[in-house]
Design a binder for this molecule. Structure first.
Ligand SMILES: Nc1nc2c(ncn2[C@@H]2O[C@H](COP(=O)(O)OP(=O)(O)OP(=O)(O)O)[C@@H](O)[C@H]2O)c(=O)[nH]1
Ligand SMILES: [Zn+2]
Length: 301
């Protein structure tokens, strides 16, 4: 037992810099700061905290089940901890970047978090093309659902609600795909929940740059986390040799490679390239693999 185990436990629902909002089991939100200089907790963390004056101090972060983050050359950016699942939102328009989609999936796979891709705005004429771009993802076993938050809010809500129930789900997606529409569709009092947050952190302009935790129900069992930052999805946390194992379509064929440390670039007897030639691996998925591998400094053997 740690020396903090008799302190109150709380859930980090918003964080910005060294400012956090911690929610008590009763649903009260308390302004907190971390003890010391380092602020290493993220939204979704369970923390031990104590009141000092009119603020709380976070003394300890409880062990995490998982942590979703991205990492570029310079910095690591955490999205959230202790997630049950990830919803990656893309849309018919604006046309989504397949590279970013692939990267988010790899980060989630590496963190052990299951994902669903939701294609929004399926009422638009470009829907067929978007479906075709998502076909390789469906084929590799990735769950893909189709929604139209604005055009069909009733149908989209009915589809999502059972899937979200009693879980903590992070929503990630590029700008303009319909994240705000989704939040407002599912959480009628979202503005009120965010209003509290902005006031408490005393910096409304910051609230769009950080992950936010919303409750979908009065019992506070179903959590929806909204996070910005889909762009520049660095994956420096991943070892080059691990990368194919995090891409299910490549993984399936990598087992047949002649060399155990095959990079699937040019080695003889490569099962991945053979599958590519047979059309069993999608060419753009293979190209994205090569790009990420290069970025990670994957060696040529
Ligand atoms: N045609 C169509 N448009 C939609 C649908 N859902 C959302 N939109 C529109 O898409 C645009 C972007 O939606 P937002 O919810 O603001 O997107 P966002 O992801 O929050 O965008 P940012 O605020 O830039 O992060 C808005 O004009 C919405 O009305 C849909 O089902 N069909
Ligand atoms: Zn190979």
């Amino acid at each position: 037992m740690s020396r903090f185990s008799d302190l109150d436990i709380g859930l980090v629902v918003v964080g910005h810099g060294r400012h956090y909002l911690v929610e008590t089991p009763e649903g009260r939100r308390v302004n907190c700061r971390p003890r010391g200089k380092k602020s290493d907790c993220v939204v979704g963390d369970r923390v031990r905290w104590a009141i000092t004056g009119d603020e709380g101090v976070i003394e300890q972060v409880e062990p995490r089940r998982n942590l979703l983050f991205r990492q570029d050359e310079w910095k690591t950016k955490s999205f959230a901890a202790n997630l049950d699942q990830l919803l990656i939102l893309v849309a018919v328009e604006p046309v989504f970047s397949e590279s970013q989609l692939a990267r988010a999936l790899i980060a989630a796979e590496s963190a052990g978090i299951s994902t669903t891709i939701a294609l929004n705005k399926t009422d638009l004429p470009g829907v067929q093309l978007a479906r075709e771009r998502l076909a390789p993802y469906r084929a590799m076993g990735q769950e893909v659902i189709e929604v139209a938050f604005k055009a069909d809010p009733v149908g989209s809500t009915a589809l999502l609600q059972p899937w979200l129930k009693d879980k903590a789900t992070l929503v990630l997606g590029p700008s303009g795909t319909g994240k705000s529409t989704l939040i407002n569709m599912l959480i009628p009092d979202a503005n009120a929940q965010v209003g509290d947050i902005s006031q408490a952190l005393n910096s409304g302009r910051h609230t769009t740059t950080t992950t936010k935790w919303y409750w979908l129900d009065d019992e506070r069992k179903t959590g929806l986390l909204d996070s910005p930052g889909f762009q520049e999805f660095g994956l420096r946390q991943i070892e080059p040799l691990q990368l194919p194992g995090l891409m299910p379509d490549l993984r399936r064929h990598a087992e047949t490679c002649k060399f155990y440390n095959c990079t699937h670039q040019h080695e003889p007897g490569c099962g991945v390239r053979a599958a590519l030639e047979r059309g069993e691996i999608n060419a753009s998925r293979y190209r994205i693999y090569g790009e990420i591998l290069q970025e990670l400094g994957g060696k040529r053997y």
